[in-house]
Ligand binder design. Structure first.
Ligand code: PEP
Ligand code: CO
Length: 452
């Protein structure tokens, strides 16, 4: 039997023949075409060699030889493209990765939800307030959040502004990483001002000391620097949501004879856009990046099997990551049948747990929050379920910030619902703050250590 999709030849615009959900309605088609023409000529944000390098590392993670830390904001905002914010986010991700590396004795693949996480799926196309209906805010790549008729109109120029912010962010991150900021010999560079106020401080410093000591020891007996510990890899990812934007940065690399989406290393397909016959799956079928798929409680075994077949028909190592996000209440019921379903396809995937999106709740005053103990509990269950089924959890996906916000409750400092108002800054989902992120990494390292 020939399947319908095998008869359609892929090209970067073939998604346009499919139903594309979650896309903006631009009022001026000519303006859109002008922006896309410009975007498709501008240099790519990442290059295919890096993308292939990451894919290879992910293939090793699929074999249990590396662990993925993927984290960052729910949505980046253009206003927060500033030096302290970017550095703080990079620092917390580096600190977490050091804790994981130390606890798991295994290389960590660091992936930021950064340099392009500017578009958000919404539950409705429009929003109504006091009888006025306007387009929903879809992220800074699409429109502006203030509730008025001018700001909410999708503006194609924002795609260029987003590309530029992504380039600025990436340039800064690359320079910091190359300039020695991520040198494991000097983790003291990454101290944030408030590490010394954290209940986690002692434990963190103990880990850092132990790493520096073991590097010194290794280097003194080997007589030279441990080269690969000086320089680290840092990869970017974002939800591949806005297809015009993604298409404009998709290039054919002659020497590899393959297409790549060079707006990011590691895009993922969100829960709301994972229809097998939809435009997003059609688009991502043809690019060679490693890709993630968010897997929530609505996902059936057959649906997941079809996605695997469509997105990785040749079972390429490192190509597919399944990011499950069931929530602490559903994971025990939902995950096991999907592990079986994936196994039945014979395809190799990497399983990552997003312990955030299934655990969102509202406080009595209507603020969106997440409880730290529920996040940890879901991670613990994820490790156990995979192990008990002969599978393994190869990474964690978290929404966090390097700042001292109050958006999630719990953690060592015991934030309560009443504390949230103090520094609640997210426009979208609640993020772990700096201390909670550090604490989470310590718990995850312990969970993994106890289970191998
Ligand atoms: C997200 O990662 O911010 C998100 C919207 O996730 P999901 O598609 O899993 O709901
Ligand atoms: Co989110």
């Amino acid at each position: 039997m020939t399947r319908a999709h095998e008869q359609i030849e892929w090209h970067p615009a073939s998604w346009r023949t499919r139903k594309a959900v979650q896309q903006p309605n631009y009022p001026d088609a000519d303006a859109v075409e002008g922006v896309l023409a410009r975007l498709s000529e501008l240099p790519p944000l990442v290059v295919s060699g890096e993308v292939e390098g990451l894919k290879q590392q992910l293939a090793e993670a699929q074999q249990g030889r590396r662990f993925v830390l993927q984290g960052g904001d729910c949505a980046e905002s253009f206003d927060e493209c500033t030096s302290p914010r970017i550095a703080a986010k990079l620092k917390i991700l580096l600190q977490m990765s050091v804790i994981l590396l130390h606890g798991m004795k295994q290389p960590v693949i660091r992936v930021g939800r950064m340099a392009g996480q500017y578009a958000k799926p919404r539950s409705a196309d429009t929003e109504t307030r006091e009888g006025v209906t306007l387009p929903s805010y879809r992220g800074d790549l699409v429109n502006r959040s203030p509730f008025n008729a001018v700001d909410r109109v999708p503006d194609p120029m924002l795609m260029l502004r987003g590309y530029e912010r992504a380039a600025l962010t990436l340039n800064f991150v690359r320079a910091l990483v190359d300039g020695g900021f991520a040198d494991l010999h000097h983790p003291e560079y990454w101290d944030l001002a408030f590490v010394s106020h954290s209940p986690m401080e002692k434990e963190y410093r103990r880990i850092v000391e132990s790493i520096v000591n073991s590097l010194d020891f290794f280097e003194s007996i080997s007589g030279g620097p441990v080269h690969h510990t000086r320089r680290i890899d840092f990869y970017t990812s974002h939800e591949g949501l806005h297809l015009l934007y993604e298409q404009a940065q998709t290039r054919y690399i002659e020497r590899r004879r393959r297409w790549y989406n060079l707006s990011t290393h590691y895009p993922w397909i969100g829960m709301r856009t994972a229809d097998v016959d939809g435009a997003h799956v059609e688009f991502f079928r043809g690019v060679s990046n490693p890709i993630g798929i968010k897997v929530g409680s609505a996902m059936s075994a057959e649906w997941l099997q079809e996605l695997i077949d469509r997105l990785n028909p040749h079972n390429e190592p490192g190509r597919l990551t399944l990011i499950h996000r069931f929530g602490v209440n559903d994971i025990e019921q939902r995950l096991p049948p999907l592990i079986d379903a994936v196994r039945a396809t014979g395809s190799t995937v990497l399983w990552i747990c997003d312990a955030m999106h299934g655990n969102t709740e509202s406080t009595a005053s209507g603020l969106k929050t997440r409880r730290f103990d529920r996040i940890l509990r879901e991670l613990e269950l994820a490790f156990d379920i995979h192990r008990d089924m002969g599978s393994h959890l190869g990474g964690v996906h978290v929404e966090l910030t390097g700042d001292d916000v109050t958006e999630c409750t719990g953690g060592a400092r015991g934030l309560t619902d009443g504390d949230l108002a103090r520094a609640y800054r997210s426009q979208v989902d609640p993020r772990l703050n700096y201390e909670q992120s550090l604490e989470l990494a310590m718990h995850v390292a312990g969970m993994r250590r106890r289970r191998v």
